[in-house]
Ligand binder design. Structure first.
Ligand SMILES: N[C@@H](CCC(=O)N[C@@H](CS)C(=O)NCC(=O)O)C(=O)O
Length: 197
């Protein structure tokens, strides 16, 4: 049973799981964070973004979670407590929901390390029926798209490279072929452009 504030009935603490921009840019106050994973999902650059990392003419590519019983996704869970709960949800509702097209779900989060108990965590997922959903494409195609897109939060390339950097530094044991093949494709495009100048 989640601890609740007896006056409001609202949760007095909550874990929020991030697996995309949230791992390197949570931008909300939290009590503590923990690297770990969730089971039954794979991370894919199959969601479009016409605000943060793209626009209506050139939508960027950002990550979402696709159900797959054989897979797991590594990221960071953030524990918010007291007033941080309402503040973080209010902020994420705009950043992820209104502007990003993500919906929320509760999942079981497994902190990395021996004998760490799992916790329930809130996660933001963009489902295939979302108007911004772009779906599968080759790593090369996704890499090209990311290399040329930018939005109000910055270049789509930054979004990709910071996520790849997080995985290398915080989850070195994880071989995320999807992420690193897209990173290689995007950097190839960038190197061609630089070489042609
Ligand atoms: N929900 C995922 C993905 C979040 C994500 O990348 N959301 C985009 C919205 S399209 C975002 O917040 N972008 C901010 C930015 O790119 O700086 C997570 O938990 O990290």
């Amino acid at each position: 049973m989640k601890p609740q504030d007896i006056t409001t009935g609202k949760p007095s603490s909550l874990w929020i799981f991030g697996y995309g921009s949230l791992v390197w840019k949570p931008d909300f106050k939290y009590r503590r964070s923990q690297v770990g994973y969730i089971q039954g999902y794979k991370r894919r650059f199959w969601h479009g973004d016409n605000f943060h990392r793209g626009n209506d003419k050139l939508p960027g590519r950002v990550v979402t979670l696709i159900e797959d019983d054989d897979e797991s996704t590594w990221g960071v869970a953030f524990e918010v407590t007291g007033s941080q709960v309402e503040e973080s949800l209010k902020y994420l509702n705009v950043r992820e929901g209104v502007r990003g097209g993500y919906v929320t779900k509760m999942v079981e989060f497994f902190p990395e390390g021996e004998n760490q108990p799992s916790v329930q965590a809130l996660v933001y997922i963009a489902t295939a029926d979302n108007t911004l959903y772009l779906g599968p494409a080759s790593s090369e195609m996704i890499g090209v798209q990311i290399a040329v897109c930018r939005g109000k939060s910055g270049h789509n390339l930054e979004y990709l490279l910071r996520l790849a950097e997080f995985m290398r530094s915080s989850c070195p044991q994880v071989e995320d072929h999807h992420l690193f093949s897209i990173e290689a494709a995007a950097l190839t495009v960038v190197s061609y452009v630089l070489a042609s100048q």
